[in-house]
Design a protein around this ligand. Structure first.
Ligand SMILES: NC(=O)c1ccc[n+]([C@@H]2O[C@H](COP(=O)([O-])OP(=O)(O)OC[C@H]3O[C@@H](n4cnc5c(N)ncnc54)[C@H](O)[C@@H]3O)[C@@H](O)[C@H]2O)c1
Ligand SMILES: N[C@@H](CCO)C(=O)O
Ligand code: NA
Length: 436
């Protein structure tokens, strides 16, 4: 069969890794794909740097439009990132009848509905395994392997940078800023690392997974985001004393009222497998009604792990390129005319358990005031510990609650903070058992 020609736009961490894997495993890849995959062109702002990475024999240009529109290119690989030029280039490539592979979760979570509609119109494929959890084949699992199931929920550690930071802080006592700098040096972080540490990147990935799991459109704007930048070492330590680890989780759950879509630091029991997922590793738990809980684990970022997913998509496209578009797996797992308009729940309507830390003046009756407010809001307490405080005459009360709707906790916190004996803002973290 005729070789498939690919062109890479953006030769950075992932682009470089993709060129390496295509070269290193060329023989096995062609045995799988049924034809040779040829890296024909690459575009990068810095041509000399790209030349160093991809070597000789490949045309390198600085204008990525040349790749997106070139008549010899069958598959365009978008590895620039962001929603500016990357969006124009992807739409241009589609309009020129190219199949597209992208690792760009921001682009898909924010503009996926438009991009997939355009691809359908033009009869081309848009593949994005690398966009969620790097090298872990989670898109394949959700779209194909679990197709029999009514998926109930997904919970995942899906930002390698944040997990790396949390692990380095916990295991080596590294300050936040040092751990972040190291994640950047290793090529894990986004161009703007705020996206990693404030939960945006995880929100993008969660939005994509929710679309695949529930057959809903991409709705990143309705995703609740809370990152790790305000987490304190003290709360991580208290959580551990109570038998929990703190992880940045993306959680999406189907309930009778609608779909939860939320990213936040979460206490999880140290006994669950995913509590021990450390460093840049990612893990995604998916609960299907037939299969039960399933767990997917692997490197969530980095040049070669991400390239593994990019190249797998290229192989998929090479195998399917001649198939009638009707016979291809739908981009978002569900047939495009069967996408459902299920409501997404605001965070106030989400149900969870909570960790609350309250700083109080250490005097009789304070505890009674707190428990009275919680009882009044129908919040039941699962555990309570009192800690001395570094501040004279003060104490800290740490409470774990049973499951309750968030608006009740918000209301209780407002009432607690209004008490004269409470000296600081209440720290509130969510808690999930991950067994339901
Ligand atoms: N780094 C990872 O581990 C990882 C993992 C999964 C997904 N991703 C995603 O992959 C994409 C690329 O990430 P990266 O880490 O490789 O980024 P990077 O910054 O290392 O590489 C981007 C490259 O694109 C080039 N570029 C920028 N604008 C360009 C333009 N207009 N024309 C041509 N080239 C241009 C830059 O010169 C750079 O070499 C992003 O969408 C990112 O979210 C990254
Ligand atoms: N910045 C992302 C890259 C992988 O998508 C992360 O740290 O997980
Ligand atoms: Na993946």
């Amino acid at each position: 069969m005729k070789p498939i020609n690919v062109g890479i736009m953006g030769v950075g961490t992932v682009g470089g890794g993709t060129a390496t894997v295509l070269k290193r495993n060329a023989e096995e890849i062609s045995r799988r794909a049924g034809r040779a995959i040829v890296l024909k062109m690459a575009a990068n702002l810095d041509i000399a740097r790209a030349r160093e990475i991809v070597g000789d024999g490949i045309e390198i240009v600085s204008d990525a439009r040349v790749v997106a529109t070139h008549p010899d290119i069958d598959i365009v690989i978008e590895l620039i990132g962001g929603t500016g030029i990357a969006k124009d280039l992807v739409l241009t490539a589609i309009d020129h009848g190219k199949h597209v592979v992208t690792a760009n979760k921001k682009l898909l979570a924010e503009h996926g509905n438009e991009i997939f509609a355009r691809a359908r119109e033009k009869g081309v494929m848009v593949a994005f395994e690398a966009a969620v959890a790097g090298g872990i084949p989670i898109i394949k699992a959700l779209r194909e392997g679990l197709a029999a199931n009514h998926i109930e929920w997904i919970a995942g550690i899906i930002n390698g940078t944040s997990n790396y930071i949390l692990t380095e802080m916990r295991e080596k006592g590294l300050p936040f800023a040092d751990a972040l700098a190291e994640a950047q040096r290793l090529g894990y972080a986004e161009a703007d690392p705020t996206f990693d540490i404030e939960g945006h990147d995880a929100g993008h990935k969660l939005t994509i997974m929710a679309a695949l799991a529930f057959g809903i459109p991409m709705q990143f704007d309705k995703c609740y985001l809370e990152g790790i930048s305000t987490l304190t070492a003290q709360d991580i330590r208290y959580a551990e004393e109570l038998g929990y680890r703190v992880k940045l989780l993306g959680i999406t759950r189907r309930t009778a009222a609608g779909i939860e879509l939320r990213v936040h630091p979460t206490l999880i029991p140290e006994s669950v497998l995913i509590a021990n997922v450390n460093g840049v590793m990612n893990a995604v738990l998916v609960k299907g009604d037939a299969v039960g809980p399933t767990l997917y684990y692997g490197a969530g970022a980095g040049a070669l792990p991400t390239a593994s997913a990019v190249v797998a998509d290229i192989v998929d496209i090479a195998r399917l390129a001649t198939a009638d578009p009707e016979h291809r797996v739908p981009y978002l797992a569900f047939q495009p005319d069967r996408i459902a308009d299920l409501p997404l729940l605001p965070i106030e309507a989400v149900e969870s358990s909570y960790y609350l830390r309250v700083c109080v003046i250490d005097k009789p009756g304070v505890l009674a005031e707190l428990t009275h407010i919680l009882a009044d809001e129908s919040i039941s307490i699962e555990a309570l510990i009192q800690k001395g405080s570094e501040r004279d005459g003060q104490a800290e009360i740490v409470l774990l609650t049973h499951r309750v709707v968030e608006r009740r906790v918000q209301s209780a916190i407002a009432r607690i903070e209004a008490l004269a004996s409470v000296t600081d803002k209440v720290v509130r973290l969510r808690m999930e058992a991950l067994n339901g």
